[in-house]
Design a protein. Structure first.
Length: 159
C-alpha cells in the first residue's frame, strides 16, 4: 500500500513487524502487527512527554515499545499491518478522509483500504486531559483483542 497520500503532512508513524522491528526500506508486503499514526505540528514537535506516554500505552497493551520505530511514509509502502491505530482527530480525519469529530470516530473499527483502523486519543490530548485516559485505555484494549494479544493481568489497569 502507498501510505504517503493518506498521512498527515507531519506525522509520526510507528510500526512493528511480527518478529522484530520494521526494516528500513521495506520493499514487499511485510506482515506487521500494528501501525500507530499521529499528526504533529509543522516543526514535528508535540507536547513534552507525549512520546513517553505513547510508549507506556503500547507497553500496557502487552507490546514492547522498543520493537516499534518511527517510519517515514516512503518506508511504509510495503507494510501490510493487521491494524492501524489513528492517534488523534487530525490523523483519523486524514486517514479516513472525513471531517467527523473524534467522538464519532472512536468506539468502532473503520475500513482503511482493507485494513481495520481504530481511532483513539493522541497522547498529547491525554496529557492535557487525563480524564480521557480511561476511554483511551478502552480503545487500546479493543485493539489488543483484535490483534489476539492477551493483556498481562497487571496491565488490566489503565496506563
Amino acid at each position: 500500500m502507498q501510505w504517503k497520500p493518506f498521512l498527515p503532512p507531519h506525522a509520526i508513524v510507528m510500526g512493528r513487524q511480527k518478529s522484530g522491528a520494521v526494516p528500513d526500506g521495506a520493499a514487499s508486503a511485510i506482515p506487521v502487527t500494528a501501525v500507530f499514526v499521529a499528526a504533529f505540528d509543522a516543526e514535528g514537535q508535540n507536547a513534552p512527554g507525549a512520546r513517553a506516554l505513547l510508549d507506556r500505552m503500547i507497553e500496557a497493551m502487552g507490546l514492547a515499545p522498543e520493537e516499534f520505530r518511527i517510519c517515514g511514509p516512503d518506508e511504509l509502502a510495503g507494510l501490510a499491518p493487521r491494524l492501524v491505530v489513528a492517534l488523534g482527530e487530525a490523523a483519523a480525519r486524514i486517514l479516513l478522509g472525513t471531517d467527523r469529530p473524534l467522538g464519532e470516530l472512536r468506539g468502532s473499527f473503520h475500513d482503511f483500504h482493507g485494513t481495520k483502523l481504530l481511532v483513539t486519543f493522541h497522547p498529547a490530548t491525554l496529557l492535557e486531559n487525563p480524564a480521557a485516559k480511561r476511554d483511551a485505555w478502552t480503545d487500546l484494549q479493543r485493539a489488543a483483542k483484535e490483534l489476539g494479544i492477551a493483556i498481562p493481568q497487571k496491565k488490566q489497569e489503565k496506563p
